[in-house]
Ligand binder design. Structure first.
Ligand SMILES: *Cc1c(COP(=O)(O)O)cnc(C)c1O
Length: 375
């Protein structure tokens, strides 16, 4: 017998937003005219200015990707020692800390917001602690005021992993205006992309020069180097994609919002199903739609059953984030020092549903039907 569902094209968890082809071609024409491919070209500079406006940020530095931006921030801020962070994130967050020669200290998360549990930070502070690196995971805003109070009290730096929080505002200010520094990712899979790409938003404008040198091998001019550096520059093709996608970002976010509302309305009243919090004072970006299927709280089905059932229908949701970074074998030494049971528990129950601007509302509705049939 023919399985009808296999005829429908597959639905993946995400699909990059792309501008109309002609728009991109028009934008990159000037690269041929200028014969300038990378190293702070004119499209790079234009993109940077446009981002400052859109992100409501005072200072922006562009990078080849979000990961190198985060790594560059840790090194350029001169951080050494222990950095308190969460393992409920993408591998990049923990990798960047280790790559910069620092020690990740895993703090557990709040079970309702999935962000760092600020009640548990102080107990982890030692005389080696230099910074807190929280994640605005799924675009959910961390408890910024409490994190500020702790950082002030112990004289710690704050670097936010804001990879998911492009365009999010808190109390009317761009999310990148909080803490010493925030990292945004423009990877193809993110709500906004420049193919690959990333940026740092930062409070102290003097850091701009440091970031610029660090991402260009430490070069302070054509030939002189004082400090260690790397190569993490954004090229002109990336910047051109960023400029084009930025023109459409408001439509993209509006479409994501519509889809998120379809999901939320269909799933919000199922027992044992937990959705992202709706936060006061936050303008969100609808970057992800994670669902927690908690059988212990009365959910009639578990995460992996839902995932398998969706797959039978050619729909590929993702266990995002699973496993937690603390459970990677390479980080077992850090995990031994203190465990994060809440993060591990959420990670075992979470499924991120497909969400991208061109996802058909019928597909979102179909996904809700499949889930509802299971519960
Ligand atoms: C995507 C992501 C990164 C890394 O960004 P890239 O641009 O892919 O290097 C870092 N942290 C989190 C939470 C992410 O989701």
């Amino acid at each position: 017998m023919e399985n009808n569902s296999k005829i429908t094209p597959p639905v993946f968890v995400t699909r990059p937003s792309m501008p109309p082809y002609e728009e991109y071609i028009e934008e990159i024409k000037q690269i041929w005219d200028a014969h300038w491919l990378t190293n702070f070209g004119s499209i790079h500079n234009k993109f940077k200015e446009q981002l400052k406006d859109f992100l409501k940020a005072d200072n922006i530095s562009l990078f080849t990707n979000g990961h190198m931006a985060l790594y560059s921030a840790i090194v350029s801020l001169g951080l050494k020692g222990e950095i308190i962070t969460t393992p409920y994130t993408f591998a990049s967050t923990t990798h960047a800390i280790v790559q910069a020669g620092c020690t990740p200290v895993f703090c557990d998360i709040n079970p309702d917001t999935f962000t760092i549990d600020t009640e548990k930070i102080e107990a982890l502070i030692t005389n080696k602690t230099c910074a807190i690196l929280p994640v605005h995971v799924y675009g959910v805003v961390c408890d910024i005021e409490k994190i500020n109070r702790i950082a002030n009290k112990y004289n710690l730096k704050i670097i936010y992993d804001a990879a998911h929080a492009f365009g999010v505002t808190y109390k009317g200010k761009g999310i990148g205006m909080y803490g010493d520094c925030s990292m945004f990712s423009f990877h193809a899979t993110k709500a906004f992309n420049s193919i690959e790409g990333g940026a740092l938003s930062f409070a102290d404008s003097r850091l701009g020069k440091k970031f610029k040198e660090f991402k260009n091998f430490g070069l302070i001019d054509g030939e002189n180097i004082n400090e260690f550096g790397t190569n993490a520059k954004m090229n002109e093709f990336q910047a051109a994609m960023g400029v084009c996608n930025l023109r459409h970002i408001n439509e993209v976010i509006a479409k994501r919002r519509l889809l998120s509302e379809i999901y939320r309305n269909a799933l919000k009243d199922i027992p044992g199903v937990k959705l992202l919090p709706i936060q006061e004072n936050v303008q969100t970006n609808y970057a992800y739609f994670p669902v927690i299927f908690d059988t212990a709280a009365g959910c009639p089905t578990d995460r992996d059953t839902v995932k398998a059932e969706l797959e039978k229908n050619n729909i590929f949701a993702r266990r995002y984030f699973y496993p937690i970074t603390a459970d990677f074998p390479c980080y077992k030494e850090y995990r031994k020092r203190n465990d994060t049971p809440v993060a591990r528990d959420i990670s075992s129950k979470v499924l991120s549903l497909p969400l991208y601007a061109d996802l058909a509302t019928e597909d979102a509705e179909r996904i809700c039907e499949i889930i509802k049939n299971l519960v």
